[in-house]
Design a protein around this ligand. Structure first.
Ligand code: AMP
Length: 475
């Protein structure tokens, strides 16, 4: 998972793009970067390891001055976590004005395409990152096939398999494009109102992975980028759809369950609203349970807050906050070994004193992946005096890896792929355990058929084996 942003024809665009990235920081905390095109037509990039506020500082921003900028926050799913694999990538073209690109997603046929470009056309890659592959593939169509930029992007879009939401600077234009299935979110906003015909002019257009980024820069959501769409932004010209190469929609359901921010509107849904409905659905499963004044609904903060609110509304049990989260602890999920993950959870959460004595806790979390978080938390609650702990999960059972840009461990590590519900409940030391069922998303979402549930039902649109290639990048 990662986040992308773009700003077109706005003075000091670098400051706007930094603000957009700051608002989508939750999509990637490992590294970040920007690329800015100045009025002379030169593109300069800057990237580094760490958070936006630490990497893209005031002093870094003061070195840039240009009307067109793109930026990226990275959460690695493939390729090492280092500066070379950070984005954006500035791709040098012999003809002069280079192109800059960044992308969010995962390319399944990465290895094949890279090998083909390297062996047949002697391309040199500087990183193992798919953003660079997309950029070099477009460069291939520009240089070797002499295609105009729009067609070069369209050809690359056809050849790439997997998930990509991308933004590119080429000459004085900016392009946004998305894979035909629309796996990862991608939205268009504008700093300016539409003209009298309701059309948006390119100047002042901002692009971002999530609409939650728009408020901070004073932009309004125009619309979602369509799956398979290529848009062009050109000074003084309308925001233009170049082409739409749409396939079957496969929006990532996990974005709504966990990854996107609750104030984002994406895939035709309000994220907070979907989470509340998931909670109400979970409460529906418990209609026959005997509830009393000792019951309390609690979230594992913060990702499941809205699911817990929905559960409380649906069940009539009070929502309360018995667990405090330390916001200065980074991601525990990505820690390389189990000991570090366990310690991370202990540092992250703490129960309120004298809160749990004799309580029947309905503990809501968005997902169980390895089971690390909940096992630790249940122990914490029991030690704090909880009488019963009933776990309710916003997602279905995670039984398969994601190949489209979510960081899921291998099947061997996925607890639901290895154990039954009863075994997991015992492992977590909970009284009961229930998940949201895949079929019930038909009641929760407006268009549930437009979503990818592959990590829950193994119905993959593409698998790495389909391309006889490795998922892992070359070392
Ligand atoms: P686990 O502790 O391994 O069961 O992981 C589940 C917890 O990690 C949940 O509380 C989620 O909030 C969080 N989580 C789930 N999926 C991811 C992911 N792909 N990246 C980071 N955190 C995640």
């Amino acid at each position: 998972m990662c986040g992308i942003a773009g700003v077109f024809n706005v003075p000091q665009s670098q400051n706007f793009v930094a603000e957009l990235l700051f608002s989508i920081q939750h999509r990637g905390q490992e590294s970040c970067g920007i690329a800015v095109r100045n009025v002379q037509g030169n593109i300069f990039g800057y990237k580094g390891m760490g958070l936006v506020k630490n990497v893209i500082t005031e002093s870094v921003l003061s070195r840039f001055d240009g009307p067109v900028a793109i930026g990226h926050v990275r959460y690695p799913t493939a390729g090492k976590s280092d500066e070379m694999n950070s984005q954006p990538h500035v791709i040098e073209l012999p003809e002069g004005p280079h192109l800059a690109i960044c992308s969010n997603g995962d390319i399944i046929n990465y290895y094949e395409l890279r090998t083909w470009l390297e062996t047949e056309y002697h391309f040199t890659f500087k990183s193992d990152n798919d953003g660079e592959l997309i950029g070099r593939l477009i460069a291939f169509y520009l240089l070797h096939k002499k295609k105009p930029i729009e067609q070069a992007i369209a050809e690359a879009q056809k050849q790439l398999k997997g998930a990509f939401s991308a933004v590119l600077i080429y000459r004085d234009m900016m392009f946004g494009f998305r894979d035909p299935h629309g796996y990862r979110p991608y939205v268009i906003g504008s700093l300016n109102p539409p003209d009298e015909k309701g059309e948006y002019i390119s100047d002042g257009i901002v692009l971002a992975s999530e609409s939650c980024a728009f408020g901070i820069v004073g932009a309004k959501l125009v619309r979602e980028m369509q799956p398979g769409e290529i848009i062009r932004l050109e000074k003084g010209k309308p925001l233009t759809t170049v082409s739409v190469n749409a396939g079957k929609k496969q929006h990532c359901i996990f974005e709504l369950i966990y990854f996107s921010r609750p104030d984002t509107v994406v895939f035709g849904e309000k994220v907070y609203d979907v989470r509340k409905k998931i909670g109400m659905q979970l409460a529906e499963y418990d209609k026959s349970m005997k509830l009393d004044e000792n019951c309390v609904v609690m979230a594992v903060p913060d990702s499941s807050n809205f699911v817990a609110l929905g559960y409380a509304k649906g069940s009539g049990v009070d929502f309360d906050m018995g667990l405090l989260r330390n916001h200065y602890v980074g991601r525990t999920f990505t820690k390389p070994d189990q000991k570090q993950r366990d310690e991370g959870v202990r540092h992250k959460f703490n129960p309120l004193p004298e809160f749990f004595e004799g309580k029947r806790v309905f503990l809501i979390d968005d997902s169980i992946v390895r089971g690390t978080t909940l096992r630790k938390i249940v122990r914490m609650l029991r030690n704090a005096g909880a009488k019963e702990v009933h776990i309710r999960i916003g997602s279905p059972r995670v039984i398969g890896s994601c190949y489209y840009g979510i960081d899921t461990p291998s099947k061997e590590e996925l607890i639901a792929a290895q154990k039954s519900d009863a075994e997991i409940c015992k492992y977590l030391n909970a009284d009961t355990l229930k998940y949201t069922e895949v079929a019930d998303f038909a009641k929760i979402l407006h268009r549930s058929k437009d979503f990818c549930y592959a990590c829950f039902n193994l119905k993959y649109q593409y698998k790495p084996e389909d391309f006889h290639s490795k998922t892992n990048r070359p070392e």
